[in-house]
Design a protein around this ligand. Structure first.
Ligand code: FA5
Length: 344
């Protein structure tokens, strides 16, 4: 019987060493230490043995029982630790890994170009100032030599805030030129200002026209300011922003609030002057209107035109951006398409 106990112990311990899951331990316990196990049968049979045999076999059977119980407890602890390690390993955070890049915002391409335009003029001695987007009819039209019945009102399809019949009616400014009047009313010459900001027109959109776009207005008033000052200022600006090799065209144009008036166009970036959809086949893209401030406008603002003269210009910011970056359609700017915006 003693030999039987030796074999039982070694078989049980061998099998226990092979148990690899906590859940299998109970089956092992039932088989080797349970009520119907061989060891329990030996312990139950002790009473039928002689007292000498009972002493020897009993002591051995109890030591096997104790050894199996201890081994079971040790194995249970080992397997518990292993499974804890595994679950920690699965959810552990590797703090040495590089972080995921977070998407971050940046300035809109229009804001970037507007800043660039303003800093070129700031370098020439112009101050930067902003003005209201909701304007009075007087500043947007009347004071700029565009009375109610003037055909030039058709140049500026207007979004009205109040009924347009009201002489004091408010509107969304169609250009930044009303700030010419506000500045000349508020300050005495010499004046040198640029005014960046949003403008609105009630018109259909296409590759070069939006209903909301940005302009930068320029105004310089002093003694002896001539058309030559205007042209040199604008050519210098074009050289700085578009480079020396880009074609610049200066032509006469009509605006009621300047005399003489002009427009500046830049060689089309898309077709290099050959003619394409973007430039409407002309090879040129107009970026600004300009001219010498009309004497009537000066007088209306309390500036004597026999003493002072000045020039003004109004530049389309998106048009400058289109030319700077080779963009084929103005509508990309406000489509909120990240694939477009991310490029700037
Ligand atoms: C004006 O707005 C005049 N106030 C400019 C001016 C100022 C003339 C001072 C004389 C003295 P015009 O409508 O041409 O002019 O617009 C000026 C520039 O704004 C255009 O050359 C163009 O670059 C841009 N622009 C005009 N309409 C749109 C539009 N719908 N979408 C985008 N850009 C436009």
């Amino acid at each position: 019987m003693q030999q039987e106990l030796e074999q039982l112990e070694s078989a049980a311990l061998d099998e226990l060493a092979r148990v690899s899951e906590l859940s299998q331990l109970e089956a092992w316990r039932v088989q080797y230490l349970g009520k119907k196990s061989a060891l329990t049968a030996v312990l139950r049979s002790l009473s039928s043995l002689s007292s000498d045999e009972r002493k020897v076999i009993g002591a051995r059977a109890n030591s096997v029982k104790e050894s199996l119980q201890n081994s079971l407890a040790t194995r249970k602890e080992t397997l518990s630790l292993e499974s804890l390690d595994e679950s920690l390993g699965a959810s552990a955070i590797d703090v040495t890994l590089p972080g995921r890049p977070l998407p971050h915002g940046r300035l809109h391409p229009t804001t970037q170009v507007m800043g660039e335009i303003c800093s070129v003029f700031a370098g020439m001695g112009f101050q930067i100032i902003e003005g209201p987007e909701v304007e009075r009819d007087y500043y947007n039209f009347e004071a700029l030599n565009i009375p109610e019945t003037h055909p030039a009102r058709d140049m500026f399809a207007t979004l009205w805030v109040d009924a347009r019949e009201d002489r004091n009616a408010r509107l969304l400014r169609t250009h930044t030129s009303p700030m010419q009047i506000r500045l000349m009313e508020q300050q005495k010459p010499p004046l040198r200002f640029v005014v960046p900001g949003r403008t609105y027109r009630y018109e259909a959109t296409d590759a070069t026209h939006e209903w909301m776009f940005h302009q930068v207005e320029g105004l310089a008033i002093d003694v002896d300011i001539t058309l030559r000052d205007l042209k040199e200022t604008l050519f210098e600006f074009c050289k700085k922003v578009f480079g020396r090799d880009t074609g610049v065209r200066f032509r006469c144009d009509y605006f009621p609030f300047v005399e003489p008036g002009g427009e500046v166009a830049i060689e089309c970036v898309s077709c290099k002057g050959a003619g394409c959809r973007l430039c409407g086949g002309t090879g040129w893209l107009e970026i600004l209107g300009c001219g010498m401030v009309h004497p009537d406008v000066l007088s209306r603002c309390g500036i004597d035109p026999s003493v002072h003269s000045g020039f003004a210009f109004g530049m389309g910011v998106e048009r400058v951006s289109i030319l700077r970056h080779g963009i084929d359609d103005i509508r990309h700017f406000y489509s909120d398409d990240f694939r477009f915006l991310r490029q700037f």
